[in-house]
Write a new protein. Structure first.
Length: 110
């Protein structure tokens, strides 16, 4: 099976980077572990996106094992869109306003 491409919504990317920065400020080991688990999760989602359960609004959710985060994504014919790297203690569905986004604009278009 060929892995699908994975694209992060800009806000989801910022959530990931902010969380990585937070862990880096506390422990380089924790930051490295978070980065490794996140990268592994993205790779697993790309390989078999339908493996994880349905969630809100036609999305799916992959729950990280060592950290209190979920990766919320949709599977589309063109690839996988990640809408949130959601902390478990944040209000569910806060990311739903991002669902209209369908990826970055092709180069040269505005």
């Amino acid at each position: 099976m060929v892995a699908k491409s994975v694209t992060l919504h800009p806000d989801a990317e910022q959530e990931y980077l902010s969380s990585l920065s937070w862990y880096s400020g506390r422990s380089p080991t924790a930051a490295a572990n978070f980065e490794e688990e996140f990268s592994s999760a993205i790779a697993r989602i790309a390989e078999a996106p339908d493996r994880w359960p349905s969630y809100l609004n036609n999305c799916r959710r992959y729950i990280l094992h060592q950290f209190p985060f979920s990766i919320v994504y949709q599977v589309l014919p063109s690839g996988i869109l990640v809408f949130a790297v959601a902390h478990a203690h944040r209000r569910p569905g806060y990311w739903e306003k991002r669902l209209r986004w369908r990826g970055p604009e092709p180069a040269g278009e505005q």
